[in-house]
Ligand binder design. Structure first.
Ligand code: NI
Length: 177
């Protein structure tokens, strides 16, 4: 396993739609392990493969209270409902947060590392936000495209470390993914 470097916000791999995984093989499983390790190292709650320069449709999510990462191969949002405003950050845009417009409910269909298809339904929580944020990454979109308005983005204080946003449930909503 290895921590992989994150690509910069300007890297075109972040603005392109990623490619679906045809078969979950040993190479994919290795990639996922590296993604999880990279997410932990960067103290994010989620990571999409293109954030480490790999243009494949894979994301991992691990909320602060979760013991294991959720692995999403070929995730697709199959249902969205409602809207809400949230504070959001991204490992690919370090040092900034913004106020985004996101869905209240999200249903995602994906495959696990066993290749089997599963569905996850989330409503009104950090998982809901992370599912939209990561599938957005895989579609070539960053959260800055979902801002409530263009002035709703701000730089963190210099003494405020990225990891400090990872605290309790309310603060976790502003952690990076
Ligand atoms: Ni992100």
């Amino acid at each position: 396993m290895a921590v992989r470097p994150l690509v910069s916000a300007q890297d075109p791999v972040l603005s392109r739609k990623t490619i679906r995984v045809k078969r979950v093989d040993a190479g994919i499983r290795r990639l996922v392990k590296d993604m999880i390790e990279t997410m932990h190292y960067a103290q994010g709650v989620g990571l999409a493969a293109n954030q480490i320069g790999v243009p494949l449709r894979i994301a991992v999510i691990q909320l602060p209270e979760d013991e294991e990462a959720l692995v999403l191969v070929n995730p697709e949002v199959v249902h969205r409902e409602g809207s809400r405003e949230l504070t959001e950050g991204c490992l690919s845009i370090p040092g900034y947060s913004g106020c985004t417009l996101r869905s209240e409910k999200v249903h995602v269909k994906a495959q696990g590392l066993d290749g089997k298809t599963f569905r996850i339904k989330a409503e009104g929580d950090l998982m809901t936000q992370a599912l939209e944020h990561e599938t957005d990454h895989l579609d070539g979109h960053l959260y800055v495209e979902r801002l409530v308005s263009q002035d709703q983005m701000w730089k963190h204080d210099e003494d405020e470390a990225e990891g400090e946003l990872e605290g309790d449930a309310t603060e976790a909503a502003s952690s990076s993914n």
